[in-house]
Design a protein around this ligand. Structure first.
Ligand SMILES: [Zn+2]
Length: 72
């Protein structure tokens, strides 16, 4: 009976360790709403819409690309 009890304790410890390591490997929880993404009309890079420079209906990643406009 003592061996059976020890077996249960070992299982519980293994279970706890697996849970703890899984928790560590998870990415940190996202804060708030997921940011809407947009694409630079010049270089095509994706970035958060809140950082975009808009001109008309197009978004640009930086002032240089806004000035250069849509890449042909
Ligand atoms: Zn760009």
């Amino acid at each position: 009976m003592a061996k059976f009890f020890l077996f249960i304790v070992v299982l519980a410890v293994i279970y706890w360790l697996v849970r703890a390591s899984n928790r560590r490997s998870k990415p940190p929880p996202a804060t708030g709403m997921p940011e809407p993404m947009t694409q630079c009309a010049h270089c095509g890079v994706h970035f958060p819409r809140t950082e975009s420079l808009s001109e008309g209906e197009r978004d640009y990643c930086c002032e240089d690309h806004r000035r250069l406009g849509v890449r042909s």
